[in-house]
Write a protein that binds this ligand. Structure first.
Ligand code: HEC
Ligand code: HEC
Ligand code: HEC
Ligand code: HEC
Length: 446
């Protein structure tokens, strides 16, 4: 035993949790907790606040060598799924070796009470006593974590930047809609600055024949949803300009007639509701074609049918001239975060590089890619319930999830027991839990 650099006694070379380490734990834990909570208020509020079992879960953290030996016996029933030594070789089954002990215990309890559902885990946890759960959790936590996936392996998929992917897909559309999405050909609508929700609805309208237009249908019919969303995002982020096309009608007369349309399309043709398209700066010939289509019924849309019922051809042209002359405005489109930007947010709770320092928050480093992927989708869909993670995953795209799973699977997880009980580990912990450089540049978690 010797005095550590941070003022608390630490047990050198001690790999498993011993009685001596046990006594020292509260100090180390307190520091780790303080560090975790300081930059993770969401988790602080979230951690079992309502649970009557308050702090009971921390017993797994204080387990001794004998407890761990017993835990090893209990784990015999887990080996067939979680692998020898808690390192899983089975798809969708997580590694549990080196995971935070209080987290493991809490999850086992959750399977027992039905708070977390899984057909494999419910029977596995069902008949174990609380004491057994504490011990098996402590055992798995004491094990050496899985090796991370080699970083040389294929990195995050190329599609992980949806805006770049959208731009690439838009090459097929630029010939008609303009390279930058601003029309230069009469009859072709500008796409730059269309609200992504409207964009997607319009394309789906062509596919379903709600908007009858054989040419557009053939062009977008076989677009996968991911491409369509990327295209919508790309065009939504392009700065809109007035179409570089002529407008024949009388703007002043159009302005008068447009009073009937302002309620839905905005006084200057800038709509704030994605259901109603903005018309400002749009190509005038296209506006006339669209108005005719609503009137004749080849565009079947309730709100527009009434609005155009009594319009004659010349009023349509005037309206088109008025709207085409208005200044378009970019819709509020939030550029999705890149994987790296997400990681900064995730690490605030899951520890720097996914090495959680909070015993109740899972480590993510070196976890199986397929499991991370599955779980993030489960939080997003609500299948796995946790208020913090539901909020965190709500805006993750499939590409984000792929990227995050691939990223964390490639990081090294330091064994918490080693980190807590060896001088090197304590130093590593201190380094890993130092949030200053990471947090400053990051806005608050939504
Ligand atoms: C029949 C296969 C099977 C057996 C046996 C099994 N598990 Fe699991 N375990 C799984 C699967 C699959 C999951 C992921 C389930 C999910 O997504 O909720 C899991 C998840 C877990 C988790 C949650 C991990 C996390 O990161 O959230 C813990 C803890 C766990 N198992 C511990 C055990 C223990 C301890 C035993 C033995 C007493 C055991 N398991 C037996 C298949 C199994
Ligand atoms: C050959 C020319 C051409 C190409 C290529 C083309 N479009 Fe179009 N697009 C049109 C025309 C013409 C219309 C107007 C159709 C109508 O009258 O409804 C249109 C309409 C649209 C609209 C509706 C705009 C609005 O304001 O409602 C969207 C969205 C759209 N196209 C997306 C695309 C995408 C995405 C691609 C590439 C995958 C693409 N288009 C390729 C000619 C083209
Ligand atoms: C009750 C709300 C409402 C009113 C009033 C209304 N619109 Fe619309 N308008 C819509 C909606 C919703 C759409 C999208 C329909 C679709 O998806 O095809 C639309 C679409 C359009 C389009 C097609 C735009 C494009 O990019 O394809 C034009 C042009 C248009 N409206 C012009 C007008 C004019 C001119 C008036 C007034 C005479 C008017 N609208 C009144 C709701 C309205
Ligand atoms: C505010 C704190 C917080 C943030 C930020 C956060 N998480 Fe979590 N995360 C948690 C907590 C707490 C749990 C345990 C929830 C449970 O029991 O289901 C968790 C669970 C998880 C799990 C399940 C691990 C397992 O072993 O089953 C994954 C995967 C995960 N988070 C990934 C992420 C990713 C990726 C991000 C960033 C996009 C993120 N988290 C951001 C607090 C957070």
């Amino acid at each position: 035993m010797r005095q550590g650099r941070y003022g608390f006694a630490i047990q050198a070379e001690e790999k498993s949790i011993s009685r001596t380490a046990q006594v020292r734990y509260p100090t180390v834990l307190f520091l780790a907790f303080a560090a975790a909570m300081a930059w993770c208020p969401g988790a602080a509020a979230q951690v079992d606040k309502t649970s009557p079992r308050e702090a009971a879960d921390l017993r797994a953290v204080f387990a001794n060598a004998a407890d761990i030996a017993e835990g090893r016996q209990i784990a015999q029933t887990c080996v067939r799924c979680h692998g020898e030594n808690g390192i899983s070789t089975t798809k969708d089954v997580p590694h549990v070796a080196g995971q935070r002990s209080a987290y493991l215990y809490n999850k086992l309890r959750a399977y027992q009470t039905g708070a977390r559902r899984d057909p494999d885990m419910e029977p596995a946890a069902k008949f174990l006593s609380d004491d057994a759960l504490v011990k098996v959790a402590a055992y798995y936590s004491s094990l050496e974590p899985a090796q991370p996936l080699p970083t040389a392996a294929k990195a995050a998929p190329a599609s992980s930047d949806p805006v770049a992917a959208g731009k690439a897909a838009a090459a097929a559309c630029g010939g008609c809609h303009g390279d930058d999405g601003v029309s230069k050909v009469p009859g072709m609508p500008s796409l730059a600055g269309l609200d992504p929700k409207y964009f997607v609805a319009a394309v789906k309208g062509y596919i379903s024949d709600q908007r009858k237009h054989d040419m557009m249908k053939s062009l977008v019919m076989s677009l996968p949803d991911a491409d369509l969303n990327n295209l919508a995002l790309y065009y939504g982020l392009q700065k809109p300009r007035r179409a570089e096309t002529p407008a024949a009608g009388d703007q002043a007369a159009g302005k008068e007639a447009a009073k009937d349309c302002a309620g839905c399309h905005g006084e200057q043709g800038v709509s704030t509701n994605p259901a109603n398209p903005s018309l400002a700066g749009q190509d005038a010939s296209y506006l006339v074609v669209a108005l005719r289509a609503y009137k004749e019924g080849s565009r079947a849309e309730g709100s527009m049918k009434n609005a155009v019922a009594t319009l004659d051809e010349s009023t349509m042209k005037d309206l088109a001239a008025f709207y085409a002359a208005q200044a378009p405005q970019a819709p509020k489109v939030v550029k999705p975060l890149s994987t790296a930007e997400w990681v900064q947010r995730c690490d605030r709770c899951h520890g720097v590089f996914g090495n959680s320092t909070d015993p109740r928050t899972p480590a993510l480093a070196a976890q199986r890619t397929d499991y991370l992927d599955k779980v993030l989708h489960a939080y997003k869909s609500g299948e796995r319930k946790n208020s913090v993670m539901t909020a965190m995953s709500a805006t993750l795209t499939d590409a984000n999830i792929d990227g995050l799973a691939a990223f964390y699977a490639r990081l090294r997880l330091h064994n918490p027991a080693v980190r807590m009980s060896s001088a090197r580990g304590a130093l590593a912990d201190a380094r890993l839990s130092k949030p200053a450089t990471v947090t400053r540049s990051v806005p608050p978690v939504p």
